[in-house]
Write a protein that binds this ligand. Structure first.
Ligand code: SF4
Ligand code: SF4
Ligand code: SF4
Length: 204
């Protein structure tokens, strides 16, 4: 249980990661601002991307309010990027480190094991690691996550809701009109100040 406590404290890693993303964003904003003055002729196909960055320079980005998200699955299909810039992230502070994890195990799984047939995640993006009896740690491989939100639904329905969706700002093109936001049935996505570009579920 000591490890679990440490891990919960280490949620500051998650928050510092967010801070790092913010710093990256600010550097990128400076870069885009300078690049915009230099690049006079750009291919027409690149214009939406550039326009998106100009909006970013205004200081706002798109983000999901995890308390409004109803895990409909449209984050996967409606993003202009493939795979989606919307990913599952994990709040270790909220996680119960459950053996019987509703986010990791498919409903009706016959055994609690790491067999692909038992896993909720269709892309194998969630890793389960034994910590100490009876605790297990779950981590998300962002590169494999396609934003389907199935694990988030399982975690909300049967667990603590520590898995949640966020738009990763290092991936997002910051479109002027986010196509996920336009179609989100829960109106969970809105513009937020770039200074607070993530809405982690454990934020107080
Ligand atoms: S489209 Fe909206 S409700 Fe559906 S998973 Fe994305 S944020 Fe959640
Ligand atoms: S179940 Fe879907 S949202 Fe969750 S980690 Fe796997 S691909 Fe990502
Ligand atoms: S702003 Fe564009 S790239 Fe970012 S999540 Fe929305 S649709 Fe995807």
């Amino acid at each position: 249980m000591e490890y679990v406590k440490e891990k919960r404290i280490a949620t500051s890693f998650y928050q510092s990661e967010m801070k790092e993303e913010k710093n990256k964003y600010q550097s990128r904003r400076d870069f885009v601002s300078k690049a915009g003055k230099i690049l006079v002729a750009v291919p027409v196909i690149a214009l939406p991307f550039i326009l998106g960055k100009k909006t970013s320079a205004s200081g706002y980005v798109w983000q999901i309010d995890p308390f409004k998200c109803t895990t409909c699955g449209q984050c996967k299909t409606n993003c202009v990027l493939t795979p989606s810039a919307s990913k599952c992230v994990h709040s270790f502070v909220l996680c119960g480190y459950c053996d019987l994890c509703g986010g990791y195990l498919r409903q009706g799984a016959k055994t609690i094991s790491t067999g692909a047939e038992n896993q909720m995640c269709p892309t194998g993006a969630i890793t389960r690691k034994f910590v100490e009896e009876p605790y297990f740690e779950y981590t998300i491989n962002e590169d494999l996550c396609d934003g389907c939100a199935k694990c988030v639904k399982g975690c909300v329905d049967f667990g603590n809701g520590s898995l949640h969706m966020q738009i990763k700002q290092d991936l997002c093109a910051n479109c002027n009109d986010c196509s996920i936001a336009r179609n989100c049935p829960s109106h969970a996505i809105s513009r937020v100040p770039a200074d607070y570009q993530y809405i982690p579920k454990d934020r107080v």
